[in-house]
Write a protein of this length. Structure first.
Length: 178
């Protein structure tokens, strides 16, 4: 009976030691994979921050386009007034101002066309700014999520290291029972 008990005890020690070794190896593999994930999450987070800066730069550039378009609209308005004044002067000149009257009409048409084009560019730029703002919000959210994931992975890895330490200790205890 004693021999049977000692035999079972020896067998259980062997199983315990073998299981500890297998758990230890598995945890080391998981730990290495988690370290890779954490490193990858950090890289993604850094890339996302870089992307956010570029998106912000695009937003600033589109604001500058607004300023330029405002100047173009102002020039178009002034050109229209010049064309109107030229038409008045052409009318005063009578027969001698007919050619100048045609030019003044074309200047006003060109001014109207420029103003319509500037208005359309403003609309498109506004759409771009709206899209960029939405993209920036999504990018910020993604960046925060990635940072949270990296922190979670580091916590999991820390927990795995604790379990790994316990399995090593368990394996040593099983070995000491021999």
């Amino acid at each position: 009976m004693m021999a049977n008990t000692l035999s079972k005890l020896g067998y259980n020690q062997y199983k315990l030691e073998h299981m500890g070794k297998n758990i230890n190896e598995s945890l080391q593999q998981i730990s290495q994979a988690m370290e890779g994930l954490a490193s990858s999450a950090v890289t993604v987070s850094e890339n996302q921050q870089s992307l956010n800066k570029e998106i912000q730069s695009i937003k600033e550039l589109s604001s500058k386009i607004y300023e330029i378009i405002g100047s173009i609209k102002s020039i178009a308005d002034q050109t229209k007034m010049l064309g109107l004044n030229a038409a008045i002067e052409a009318a005063r000149a009578g027969e001698f101002g007919k050619g100048f009257g045609v030019v003044s009409d074309e200047i006003r048409k060109l001014s109207d066309s420029s103003k319509k084009t500037a208005t359309r560019v403003i609309e498109l730029t506004s759409n771009i700014q709206t899209s960029v703002s939405k993209t920036l919000e999504t990018s910020d959210y993604t960046s925060k999520t990635t940072e949270n994931e990296a922190a979670s992975i580091q916590q999991i890895n820390s927990g795995l290291q604790e379990v790994l330490s316990m399995t090593t200790e368990m394996k040593e205890l099983a070995h000491d029972l021999k």
